[in-house]
Design a protein around this ligand. Structure first.
Ligand SMILES: Nc1ncnc2c1ncn2[C@@H]1O[C@H](COP(=O)(O)OP(=O)(O)O)[C@@H](O)[C@H]1O
Ligand SMILES: [Mg+2]
Length: 323
């Protein structure tokens, strides 16, 4: 991709624990374009949140970024930024909406305090101007500006999630990471919030890394989708193609675990077996034990994400001419 918003190359993250060292993210590479919504999907525990945290360098031990590069806006590798550079970068260039809005908001502070804290820490605005900015942000997410004086518990779940989105927008970031942003909400509110996010993206032009385990929701809202399995990116494709014409057997299985958005109802087949134990990673492909198209190369030759067609990537040996 030319001139991407962010370019992630060979990212590796390890969890170093008494039980053993786990490579939770292995050689993950992808780009997100300016104004693009990139979805990251895969079963629970496959490493989606670990990738997201890496882009803001929010990891704490036992997690360690052990390799790779994250180039933002062509401006150098943020994995090499100093702590001071990172503090200036976080929230103002990339911000994040976490899964649980209740945990992201401080229950003992009014929303005014919380907005002013973020805005005044990163700008030279006076308190009056910060409050004015916060009122504008509330209006953007359809909440009356007077409610700035309220505490988090005085809002509904859907409103709290919109407040968290407003805080993520506070410094006009170029990219927002949304890690399961609507999982805790009922389906109607989920859809409302995603439509709001989409409208804001159209208006302000930021990029989104959108994480969810709900593949049908993701297909609807993303431009392109990356599928992760056991810490690796196994396929990247435009969202329109990923379910209709999957290249990787895992994507195919994942697609058949969800009801289709349109067309006749079919039986959901799912994927037999369990996710890999990361303490016992086999040689070759990580998906081999669950794959219905496994062949001899899969147990010996390491996989690598390769471009197969314009805008289509997969790491499956079925498409590797040399294996
Ligand atoms: N605190 C932790 N200590 C040890 N291993 C962890 C910890 N958090 C996550 N992991 C490992 O990282 C893997 C990926 O976790 P995560 O990124 O949270 O997955 P996802 O967001 O896709 O559900 C897990 O399967 C687990 O092996
Ligand atoms: Mg997660």
């Amino acid at each position: 991709m030319t001139n991407p918003q962010i370019s992630i190359r060979n990212l590796c993250v390890d969890y170093i624990t008494d039980a053993g060292d786990v490579r939770a993210v292995n050689n993950v590479s992808f780009d997100i374009g300016k104004g693009e919504i990139f979805g990251l999907a895969g079963e629970s525990g496959c490493g989606k949140s670990t990738v997201a945290f890496s882009l803001m360098r929010l990891h704490k031990p036992p997690a360690f970024i052990t390799g790779g590069e994250v180039i933002f806006d062509g401006r150098g590798d943020i994995l090499k930024f100093s702590e001071a550079e990172m503090t200036a970068f976080r929230w103002s260039e990339i911000s994040m909406v976490f899964q649980s809005a209740m945990n992201a908001l401080n229950p003992v502070l009014t929303m005014e305090e919380q907005f002013c804290d973020v805005i005044m820490r990163h700008t030279n605005l006076s308190r009056q101007d910060a409050i004015r900015r916060a009122q504008g942000l509330l209006e953007i997410v359809d909440i009356h500006p007077d409610r700035l004086r309220d505490y988090p518990h005085q809002f509904s779940g859907g409103m709290r999630q919109r407040l968290v989105i407003a805080i993520a927008l506070a410094l006009n970031p170029k990219m927002i990471i949304m890690d399961e942003p609507t999982t805790a909400l009922d389906v109607v509110v989920q859809r409302e919030i995603l439509q709001k996010i989409y409208a804001l993206k159209e208006e302000f032009g930021f990029s989104i890394l959108f994480i969810t385990h709900d593949l049908s929701l993701m297909v609807e809202f993303s431009d392109r989708i990356g599928i992760m399995y056991s810490g690796e990116l196994v396929e990247v494709a435009p969202s329109k193609q990923i379910l209709e014409q999957p290249f990787h057997p895992y994507t195919e299985g994942l697609g058949s675990s969800f009801p289709p958005l349109t067309g006749p109802k079919t039986r959901l087949t799912g994927i037999p077996g369990n996710p890999l134990n990361l303490l016992e990673v086999p040689q070759g492909c990580r998906f081999q034990a669950r794959c219905n198209k496994v062949h001899s190369a899969c147990s010996s030759i390491p996989t690598q994400l390769r471009q197969l067609e314009p805008n289509r990537f997969s790491n499956c040996h079925l498409f590797n001419k040399s294996s």
